[in-house]
Design a protein around this ligand. Structure first.
Ligand code: ADP
Ligand code: MG
Length: 611
């Protein structure tokens, strides 16, 4: 049959219909909601907008909307913008070497329109009416004049609705949201002169007024960054380097706050990252990464951005020269930050200074705003009381004398103890790290920290599966101030966090209060436990690719568990060993390290040369 076909129909190649060609191209340009966010926001920037709003629902899976006040499009251009390779940004090949816009391929809108239900409203500043276009899978369903604001608003609904395989391939909402936040942060940093806002499922994640770079950094990452920034600046004939680096003592264990821009375009470059790291030399603790936001300005003729459709890689014609300038700029910044501690935060300095006086202040500000409206006044007493408590009381310190497991040790007389020790197998703690116990084949040595991690990990994983976590009240609830990104992450994981046994309440902008902590954990404050959980979660997210629940269970187990160096009483040791051998995988910690080993009698004997 096939052969016949070939014989009778000698010409078999056909051009693909546009809708299919666009869908295929979309595979490269639009990998996930964050890619659409990036493309739409870049178009708004290219359109010279001074205000850009991003609205997403369900981490962009159901809605991504970008509203700008830029130059808008005519009716014809609105229609044209959806064609592949249709762009207003370059006209001839040489233009590629003098690029000053983010876009140039003319592929983004065509690709997004091919894999979503899109609605565009756009109006030129000097026209009365704008154009409304409704497109589904590349097909224009509606086009009509419409009254709308000047500029452009594009809504992308149900991304990949027509490619189920791709839609199912999307990650959980927290993961997709994190990608969106990353893209948003990069663009907001690169364009601090533009007003940006970001609303996720009716929660304001960011509201960034136009201002200086230093202000933008503080508005995005939090007031604590104000004290850690050192300005850098270095210029040669070829290139100009500006920006800020974080002081070495603020370096974090997680990557993710390193930003490099070339002509205001975010790029990744291991080579230039190395230039920054080498400038820090021995100043950083091992495995930690300094904060940096560095801008490289260079004549576009020395670079080639046309390397990859997602455009985060770039080629320079003289990479080594740029390496040297970046390194010098950072060195100079760290070297002199002690001498120039004051960064000019201009007009907003009062607010920022007030905020930086501590959490208490920022919450006061929040109180004033929030409780100015009468509807909230009934809560006020409750919060204020809580708040007073949290200010005046130090967090409880774990008391080594307090037993954490049920125990009768305190009301047992000395002779009773001796008697019971004789009956039971001896348990000895070695260097406050290991528990030793006699077993039939010899001597068992258990690593207390790893064993407890294993026990807790299985417990938490179970709770997450059954959505049941017992909680104990935190007697000293304290507000936990989070960055906007972490706050959004926490809100996305609300259910899972509750299943672990935390009880939390929103307590102002990007702040929550932990009222309850997982039951039966060693005494400690909910605040540090919670902060540890989120920090560890992020480390795991960047280092390991594991499912959300597993990550949460592992993170909390690691942070909440008994540590090396902690003195244990007999009952605690017994409970640990019982717990370990009741777990489904006793031999290994969640990270895959052995939890115990047995020093065999036969081996011991060889040390004494007795046959
Ligand atoms: P590119 O940005 O590479 O040119 P796009 O597919 O992203 O390709 O956009 C196609 C064209 O649509 C742009 O060149 C621009 O002329 C127009 N356009 C897209 N978004 C906007 C916007 N927000 N405001 C004004 N014009 C826009
Ligand atoms: Mg574009």
């Amino acid at each position: 049959m096939r052969a016949e076909l070939l014989i009778f129909m000698s010409d078999i190649i056909q051009l693909l219909p546009d809708s299919i060609a666009n869908q295929i191209a979309a595979g490269e340009v639009v990998q996930r909601p964050a890619s659409a966010v990036k493309e739409l926001m870049e178009n708004a920037i290219d359109a010279a907008a001074t205000s850009i709003q991003l609205i997403v629902k369900e981490a962009g899976k159901t809605l991504i909307q970008v509203i700008d006040n830029g130059m808008g499009m005519s009716e014809t251009d609105a229609r044209m913008s959806l064609e592949r390779h249709a762009t207003s940004k370059i006209r001839k090949a040489e233009d590629l070497f003098s690029l000053h816009t983010k876009g140039f391929r003319g592929e983004a809108l065509a690709s997004i329109a091919a894999v979503s239900q899109m609605e565009m409203r756009t109006r030129l500043p000097d026209q009365e009416l704008g154009t409304c276009l409704v497109v589904e899978g590349s097909e224009v369903k509606k086009q009509e004049p419409v009254a709308c604001e000047k500029g452009t608003s594009i809504s992308v609904k149900n991304l990949f609705y027509n490619i189920p395989a791709r839609r199912n391939f999307l990650k959980s909402n927290p993961v997709e949201l994190k990608h969106i936040i990353d893209e948003f942060q990069r663009l907001a940093l690169a364009h601090h002169e533009i007003l940006f806002s970001f609303v996720q499922t009716d929660e304001v994640v960011y509201d960034l007024p136009p201002g200086k770079l230093s202000q933008r950094i503080v508005n995005i990452f939090g007031k604590s960054y104000q004290e850690q920034l050192a300005a850098c600046q270095e210029e040669t004939n070829l290139v100009k380097v500006t920006g800020y680096v974080g002081k070495p003592d603020f370096a974090r264990k997680t990557r993710g706050e390193q930003f490099l821009f070339v002509n205001n375009r975010f790029i990744r470059s291991n080579y230039l990252h190395h230039a920054v790291m080498s400038a820090f030399e021995n100043l950083l603790p091992e495995n930690s990464y300094p904060f940096y936001v560095i801008f490289i300005e260079i004549d576009p003729k020395h670079i080639d951005v046309n390397v990859h459709p997602t455009k985060t890689e770039i080629k320079f014609d003289d990479e080594r020269a740029i390496y040297a300038v970046v390194r010098a700029a950072v060195r100079q910044a760290i070297g002199s930050h002690n001498l120039t501690p004051a960064i000019d935060f201009n007009a907003d300095v009062n607010i920022i200074a007030k905020l930086s006086q501590g959490l208490s202040q920022s919450n006061d500000v929040y109180f004033e705003e929030r409780f100015a409206s009468p509807s909230h006044s009934s809560n006020q007493e409750h919060w204020e009381k809580l708040f007073e408590q949290s200010k005046n009381l130090a967090p409880p310190q774990p008391d080594p004398q307090v037993l954490r497991f049920e125990s009768g040790v305190n009301n047992t007389s000395g002779s009773d103890l001796l008697a019971s020790a004789r009956e039971e197998k001896a348990l000895v703690q070695l260097h406050q790290r290991y528990i030793m116990r006699q077993v039939r084949s010899g001597l068992m040595i258990v690593d207390q920290q790893l064993a407890h991690e294993r026990i807790l990990y299985e417990k938490f994983l179970n709770q997450l599966k059954n959505k049941s976590g017992e909680s104990q009240q935190d007697l000293f609830p304290q507000p936990v101030a989070l960055s906007a990104a972490d706050f959004a992450l926490v809100m996305e994981m609300e259910q899972e966090i509750a299943a672990l046994g935390f009880r939390m309440e929103v307590f102002g902008k990007n702040t929550i209060v932990i009222n309850g902590v997982p039951a039966n954990l060693p005494v400690g404050s909910g605040k540090s436990l919670f902060e540890g959980l989120i920090e560890q979660f992020k480390i795991n997210q960047s280092d390991l690719s594991i499912p959300l629940k597993e990550n949460l269970a592992r993170s909390l187990a690691k942070r909440a568990g008994i540590k090396s160096g902690q003195k244990l009483v007999r009952e605690e040791m017994q409970a640990l060993i019982d717990g370990l051998f009741a777990s489904s995988t006793s031999n290994y910690s969640p990270d895959g390290l052995p939890t115990f080993f047995i020093f065999e009698l036969r081996k011991i004997e060889t040390y004494f040369n007795r046959q």
